[in-house]
Design a protein. Structure first.
Lengths: 216, 216
DNA sequence: TAGATTGTTAATCGATTAACAATC
DNA sequence: TAGATTGTTAATCGATTAACAATC
């Protein structure tokens, strides 16, 4: 796991949210904002916002606050929204299809260039404007197009092997939706595990607590 | 937001993962496990596991460790996997369809009983074995079936209004996939926001850090 | 009994919040 | 200049880790 230039995971997780809120303000033609007023909108503290932003530089100005469009641009740069990481998606099942169709990859520095599945029924069909390739073609595709990001919508059982293969082919970032918990042992790899089932269960846990409370 | 019986958010977020790993061990017919050995598998510390579990009770035994099937059952009970919260899904777009089809709701204490969309093109079609209803029927449906959990795959713009409406109809848990950040002002409501775009951006951030490091 | 491993208290570490001097 | 608000240091809070007595 990379050391993230010393920026804590907690701060990193908040960055995309800052970026979104600033984008909203920009749309509303709001020119400047204070940490206090942004904190109000985002349900954070002004202190935390100033601390977070100062991890990356002094974007504000005393007595004025932050220039919305400048701050938005700076955070965008930090997040790499202007990048074009060649990205592939593996597993064109229900979730894979939905992600290919509904995520705006290019607004997030990723360029989706290929979709793969083992099912020959799907191979050749079109999804999100691109052909679905058979997994057999993965190696030659990677050699030619050199993707660096992979979206994993693969079954639990095959994920680990797929990751090892992809890593050999030069993929270093894994957005993992499979039920397999990916903990990369490579130094030069980054992982983001998304486990939707776990997310639903934290909700049901809270729901249980809530309903117990009400039954008292 | 509910106070979760004093259990910290960090612990709650780890519970579903404990449950999954214990389920795996159970499948492998492993009878008992020590906090040390579980920590090795889950890449946590033994200390943390013992602390986490002791929030809910003394499930282990000195000198022995934890009985896998007992601990699995206990955590399942805490998460409420045996519940049957009536659940509805709003928005049968790409993501809504994928979630309806790919999430095992019943294994997580939820019983998906209805899918709704404003698009009359979709109304009447079948998804995940059930009819898609028009949003107009939401009120009468809620009065009859009293769902308590809602999955929101709705557009950003309509989410807040939908939540207010649903809350009036008795829905108290919201699994929110819309791009709108839900921060419920009700006491008797729980929310889990899932923002897939944000998740991808934390990955691209780390990818940027990684590629900068390599270019040194 | 001796060995193992928990439950739990104490120590450490990190993240959030508060305070305030610097400065626009 | 006076008022506002940042950047930054110090204080607080909470979560993780370490240690160890209790006990199976």
């Amino acid at each position: 796991m990379s050391k993230n230039h010393g920026i804590s995971e907690a701060v990193i997780k908040r960055l995309p949210r800052y970026y979104r809120f600033l984008g909203e303000l920009l749309k509303q033609n709001i020119e400047r904002i204070s940490s206090r007023s942004l904190a109000g909108k985002m349900k954070l503290t002004a202190s935390q916002i100033r601390q977070d932003l100062n991890c990356f530089g002094g974007f504000g100005q005393q007595g004025y606050g932050y220039n919305v469009s400048e701050l938005h641009r700076e955070i965008g740069k930090i997040l790499g929204v202007d990048k074009m990481f060649p990205t592939i998606l593996l597993g064109a099942g229900n979730l894979g299809k939905a992600i290919a169709a509904s995520i705006n990859f290019s607004a997030r520095g990723c360029n989706l260039i290929g979709i793969f599945d083992i099912d020959r029924e799907l191979t050749g069909k079109v999804l999100a404007g691109m052909n679905i390739y058979h997994t057999d073609e993965l190696e030659s595709f990677c050699k030619q197009y050199k993707p660096t990001v992979a979206v994993l919508c693969t079954p639990k059982a095959t994920t680990q092997a797929t990751v090892e293969q992809l890593h050999n082919f030069g993929v270093t970032a894994f957005w993992n939706f499979s039920h397999y918990d990916l903990t990369p042992d490579y130094d030069n790899a980054v992982v983001e595990n998304v486990h939707l089932g776990d997310s639903l269960q934290t909700l049901t846990y809270k729901m249980n607590v809530l309903s117990e409370k009400e039954n008292i």
